[in-house]
Design a protein around this ligand. Structure first.
Ligand code: IMP
Length: 185
């Protein structure tokens, strides 16, 4: 798999994917989100909480596009494993180190699917008594979301399809693709 070029179709773990969002489209939207967040947090120093592994590329781009001071920490939830559908369970695999009490916390997600992970995470983070808690996600599979979640900033609302690239994986492959690809069923 050539991850540098921009082919219309690629294969990942033996399955075909087609180009869905180009690097340029993603970067433009990330800059727009960063402008909005910079405006909303103009007089604050938010702490961004990246949800590993999927959000590491998005959070790196988003942070660098912010025009305000900010901090960052990461936590890791149990993942899909090698599957393409949610396991229906969320569990912490790596906890945060930062003190969140009284802080303005911004959760950074790559994708919200059923909403289970972000719902679980928000409940968990609220227990730290932050001054505020908001969520930014690059992608939202709105039709698939079953758990009530408040998403404050959304990059793209997408159909209920499986996507890879820009940090998102299929069986740990595809994260280093510069563009987003969708499973070509
Ligand atoms: P949820 O808990 O069902 O909302 O799932 C959220 C997590 O599932 C994301 O953080 C991703 O790790 C993973 N996920 C959901 N949809 C996709 C997808 O289309 N491609 C890759 N990973 C996905």
């Amino acid at each position: 798999m050539n991850v540098q070029a921009q082919p219309e179709r690629i294969w990942c773990n033996g399955e075909p994917f087609r180009l869905y969002l180009s690097e340029e489209q993603i970067q433009q939207r990330v800059r727009e989100l960063a402008r909005e967040i910079s405006r909303d947090y103009a007089d604050k120093v938010p702490i961004l909480i990246g949800v590993l592994n999927g959000s590491f590329i998005f959070i790196a781009d988003l942070m660098r596009a912010l025009e305000i001071d900010c901090e960052v920490d990461f936590l890791k939830l149990s993942s899909y494993g090698d599957a393409k559908v949610s396991s229906g369970q969320a569990k912490i695999r790596k906890d945060i180190d930062a003190q969140l009490a009284g802080r303005h916390v911004l959760v950074v997600e790559d994708i919200v699917d059923t909403g289970l992970s972000v719902r679980y995470l928000c409940d968990l983070l609220q227990a730290h008594r932050p001054a505020s808690l908001r969520v930014v996600t690059l992608l939202h599979k709105a039709e698939a979301t079953r758990y009530p979640v408040q998403l404050d900033y959304v990059g793209f609302v997408i159909p209920n399809l499986f996507v890879i690239g820009y940090g998102l994986d299929y069986g740990q492959k595809g994260r280093n693709l510069r563009h987003l690809y969708v499973l070509d069923q």
